[in-house]
Design a protein around this ligand. Structure first.
Ligand code: ADP
Ligand code: MG
Length: 444
């Protein structure tokens, strides 16, 4: 199938051809016709499978073919969990709408609020941004939502993980025009929180689930190394980065501090590396992304801030220095490679501290994964054996009616308390804590 075969405005087809795109990906083939019919969409497909255009094409098509409902209000709001991802979506929207009578503005945290107010006064048709800052502008009456036709949530599950439910509810509440069409996209949408949100926000959505979207990518080779802790991981990292044939690499750490420490360490070894974390000022964050995407640095060392959505085409290697606390983030982090049909490799270091996360991730790994080791970096840790259940004390046999038998839930995995860095938040007892506290790199 070609984009030309789809019932989209010829001006969009022209722009797609300028962007050198001719064949829609699977998720695009399904979501474009459904979106054009005005249906709400809940879509899930693998990382790097073209979800951005899967929502942008039908959205822009609607704006071109329908009359606006009001004169000044924005017609579409597109929300993303991080400023960097919002910017990337904004750039694609700009490309898709080049020379068309559709204007797009980016509204993210970390940038001057009043400058944004000025831009918003120019009445853009599409606002792309992060939920916190957009909610601020709604509260501050920088714009109104009476003319809203489309609300799109990219990586909706991550916005919830980051604690933006209130802002999303606020935006949803203000943007409640009966003609509103809503679309949600992510590789991972199967959490209870997402389910609850879809119930609230979507009307009879077309569910587009491509394959087993939430599973790791078949184009990405998954490799693990046992590790004994920080200094051991440092050695593994240096070795892996030096030995693996790669273009650019991304190293994910659990803390902001480690991004800086590890980047410096790699630079000392003449491996050009740059750190990105949420503590940097917005200008610095943008310039790091620009420098890395221009190919000037070999390695980006970062936190989960960069796990979602970013399309950095030369990344062929992802290293999890620490495993993520949430299994979906493993899918998203490793999905920074193997994009748009390319192959990639993911390497993860598993110490005692990472073990509980590893077990959660393992249940999602469909294809073979391997554990490797380097002869000159021996490891003591080789996983935690499951404890054998103690035999039950002998009890009197009591006859129980079948209907009374209830399934007991599996015992939660015990926290392995072997922190060698007790001052740093890399523990693995996340379920008891509120998401807002767990995430160490959030957005506004
Ligand atoms: P996802 O959101 O599913 O992770 P993206 O929308 O970021 O994926 O797209 C991943 C890459 O694929 C981008 O570089 C994008 O330009 C490219 N791409 C998108 N659609 C197509 C297509 N139809 N044909 C070829 N490449 C595409
Ligand atoms: Mg995406």
């Amino acid at each position: 199938m070609l984009f030309d075969d789809l019932p989209i405005d010829h001006r969009i087809k022209q722009n797609l051809s300028i962007m050198q795109l001719s064949e829609p990906t699977l998720v695009q083939q399904r979501s474009i016709p459904a979106g054009i019919q005005g249906k709400d969409i809940l879509a899930s497909s693998k990382t790097g499978s073209g979800k951005t255009l899967a929502f942008l094409v039908p959205a822009v098509n609607r704006l071109l073919t329908n009359k606006p409902l009001t004169k000044q209000d924005p017609r579409a709001i597109i929300l993303a969990p991080t400023r960097e991802l919002a910017k990337q979506v904004f750039m694609q929207a700009k490309k898709l709408t080049q020379k068309l009578p559709v204007s797009v503005t980016l509204v993210v945290g970390g940038e001057n609020y009043n400058d944004q107010v000025k831009m918003l006064r120019k009445n853009p048709d599409i606002i792309v941004g992060t939920a916190g800052r957009i909610a601020d502008h709604i509260n501050g009456r920088s714009f109104f939502l009476n003319g809203i036709e489309l609300l799109i949530l990219d990586e909706a599950d991550r916005m919830l993980e980051l604690g933006f439910a209130d802002q999303l509810n606020l935006i949803n509440g203000f943007a409640n025009h009966r003609k509103r069409q809503t679309m949600m996209f992510s590789a991972t949408i199967d959490s209870a929180a997402v389910h609850e949100m879809t119930q609230k926000m979507l009307k009879a959505p077309e569910k587009i689930i491509i394959d087993d979207a939430g599973k790791p990518h078949i184009d990405i080779q998954q490799n693990f190394y046992f590790s004994d802790g920080v200094s051991h991981k440092d050695k593994l990292l240096l070795k892996s980065i030096s030995l693996e044939a790669r273009e650019q690499a991304i190293v994910f750490t659990a803390t902001r501090e480690d991004t800086v420490r590890i980047a410096a360490q790699l630079n000392e070894q003449n491996i050009s590396a740059i750190a990105l974390n949420g503590e940097l000022a917005q200008g610095q964050r943008s310039s790091v992304i620009n420098i890395f995407s221009s190919g000037k640095e070999a390695v980006l060392v970062t936190t989960d801030l960069t796990a979602r959505g970013l399309d950095l085409l030369n990344v062929s290697l992802v290293i999890n220095y620490d495993l993520p606390k949430f299994a979906p983030e493993y899918i998203h982090r490793t999905g920074r490679t193997g994009r748009a049909g390319n192959k990639g490799k993911a390497i993860s270091f598993v110490s005692k501290k990472d073990w509980a996360s590893f077990l959660a991730i393992k249940t999602k790994l469909e294809q073979d994964y391997t554990f490797s080791s380097y002869d000159d970096i021996p490891t003591k840790f080789e996983g935690v054996q499951a404890q054998r259940a103690k035999p039950l004390p002998i009890q009197k046999k009591v006859k129980v009616k079948e209907t009374q038998v209830k399934k007991t839930s599996k015992k939660a995995i015990k926290r392995v308390n072997t922190d060698d860095r007790p001052d740093i938040d890399v523990g693995f007892a996340p379920m008891k804590r509120k998401p807002r506290q767990i995430i160490n790199d959030d957005e506004d």
